[in-house]
Design a protein around this ligand. Structure first.
Ligand code: NAP
Length: 448
């Protein structure tokens, strides 16, 4: 019987586990996660007001509750005090790493580290109650914010910055974030993209949502559309970009409605410095850019300062090397062939990758399904060879002997109950527990 460890319980990990049990009637899968809570970015990255996408958790739950799948939370793989990759290989016939892309891309410009300049993921982690997130008083004395980047994460954080209490309190966001966001004085959010409107990375559904925010004007400079050659004839663009351009064009033509808050989308602005004053962020200096005729841009040598007390850098995620695994620093991924980890150009039997650590931080949640399927196809093709290696009958028992005590499914369910109880006590629905201590305490209180 094939025993497989899947590292990471986000969409990549869960779809891998699902594909394994669907395709092999006897395989046993342990899904390990560093956190005591499952679902990865679905729990800690999808915006709290995106309830429909969040509801995917019920699909992922079905996978983790499968009779041949076990969730083992709170188990760190690699790193100081973590379970070494080599030890995992002794415990299982195969290990599939689905660890995502845990870090942020850097801008590499002066002032990036000033207080008040954060990566969007730090901000997202805070309002999503990630236990590693610090409450950095992101919104104190902030009335203008700059969001750098034109992807879906940039749209998420811009939207969250202007949402009010009525829209946020039904979500599962932690109390402190709810209080800070709904009481914030943010009136102006400037989203800035270095290329043109036709090259923005957000999806149209997410873009349109900005236009539906209460008491908020969405502003686009018609000059940005005029500067982008592809906007002259959007019908020649791929459908996704064409729809984006159409939405942006409508906004550029619409008169401002006089809302209390504004989101301005500005294109052809390349950040060159985060400006500081009294040791804190005071704005961003941008260089104007122009299309280079090949899909990129050139600096125009003209500069523009945008005042802001908060800067959120939303320029994409980056994979992090895992101790004991090869890593391609240029792409932030583990080198692989059809999901099989490549060591010095040769496939490493028994080691696989799926999700963002395999293909980079792109695509929507559903993109992980075919990605996981490919990896599982490779793994199952290798199975006859993998099964020759003896492994202990139960990895959990072996780990317990080494002092590793995972949070099992009952522990996670106890966390869920504690979050429902917390919400009820606050007159809200489920409210997430935001720190390690309360999560661990709740997981121990599993009624056994
Ligand atoms: P993304 O889609 O890769 O967008 C990154 C943005 O940052 C782009 O506009 C990019 O511009 C810009 N950028 C990169 N380096 C830059 C630099 N040095 N200076 C200025 N701008 C720079 O990344 P993301 O928004 O983090 O999203 C990651 C993935 O998650 C995407 O696949 C996204 O669709 C997905 N996601 C989906 C949802 C949803 O479906 N609701 C929500 C959140 C995230 P260039 O194009 O010029 O490089």
């Amino acid at each position: 019987m094939l025993r497989v460890a899947v590292i990471g319980s986000g969409p990549g990990g869960c779809y891998t586990a699902q594909s394994l049990v669907e395709q092999d009637p006897s395989v046993r899968v342990d899904v390990l996660d560093r956190l005591p809570c499952p679902y990865g970015l679905v729990r800690y990255g999808v915006a709290p007001d995106h309830e429909k996408i969040k509801s995917l958790q019920s699909t992922l739950r079905g996978v983790l509750e499968h009779e041949r799948v076990r969730f083992l939370g709170g188990v760190q793989v690699g790193g100081p005090g973590g379970l070494p990759a080599a030890r995992l290989r002794e415990l299982y016939h195969a290990v599939v790493y689905c660890v995502g892309a845990a870090a942020d891309r850097r801008l590499g410009i002066p002032g990036e580290e000033l207080p008040g300049s954060w990566s969007a993921t730090e901000f997202v982690s805070w309002y999503s109650a990630h236990p590693d997130a610090a409450d950095a008083c992101f919104l104190r004395d902030v009335h203008s914010a700059v969001v750098i980047g034109m992807g879906n994460v940039a749209v998420d954080v811009a939207r969250m910055l202007v949402r009010g209490a009525a829209e946020l309190s039904p979500t599962d966001m932690p109390e402190a974030a709810l209080a800070a966001l709904s009481g914030s004085g943010v009136a102006d959010v400037r989203m800035a993209g270095r290329r043109g409107p036709s090259q923005a990375r957000f999806t149209t559904k997410e873009l349109r949502e900005l236009g539906a925010l209460p008491d908020t004007d969405v502003l686009v400079d018609p000059g940005d559309l005029a500067l982008d050659p592809a906007c002259a004839d959007p019908s020649a663009l791929p459908a996704a970009q064409r729809r984006n351009v159409e939405v942006l064009r409508d906004w550029a033509a619409a008169p401002a409605r006089g809302g209390a808050r504004r989101i301005r989308l500005s294109f052809f602005l390349r950040p060159v410095e985060v400006l500081g004053e009294n040791g804190r962020v005071a704005g961003v200096r941008f260089e104007r850019t122009v299309p280079d005729g090949r899909g990129g841009v050139l600096g125009a040598g003209r500069y523009e300062d945008v005042a802001a007390q908060l800067v959120l850098r939303s320029v994409g995620y980056r994979g992090v090397p895992l101790e004991g695994l090869p890593f391609d620093a240029a792409t932030g991924t583990v080198p692989h062939r059809e999901g099989r980890v490549l060591r010095d150009g040769e496939t490493a039997p028994g080691e696989y990758v799926a999700g963002w650590i395999k293909r980079g931080p792109t695509g929507v949640i559903g993109t992980n399904r075919p990605c996981a399927k490919e990896t599982v196809g490779s793994l199952l093709a290798d199975a006859p060879r993998l099964l020759r290696k003896p492994v202990p009958p139960d990895a959990v028992a072996a780990l317990a002997a080494e002092g590793v005590e995972p949070v099992d499914w009952a522990g996670w369910q106890a966390i869920e109950r504690a979050e429902a109880d917390l919400g009820a006590s606050l007159g809200r629905s489920v409210v997430k527990l935001p720190d390690w201590e309360t999560l661990r305490a709740a997981a121990r209180d599993d009624g056994r």
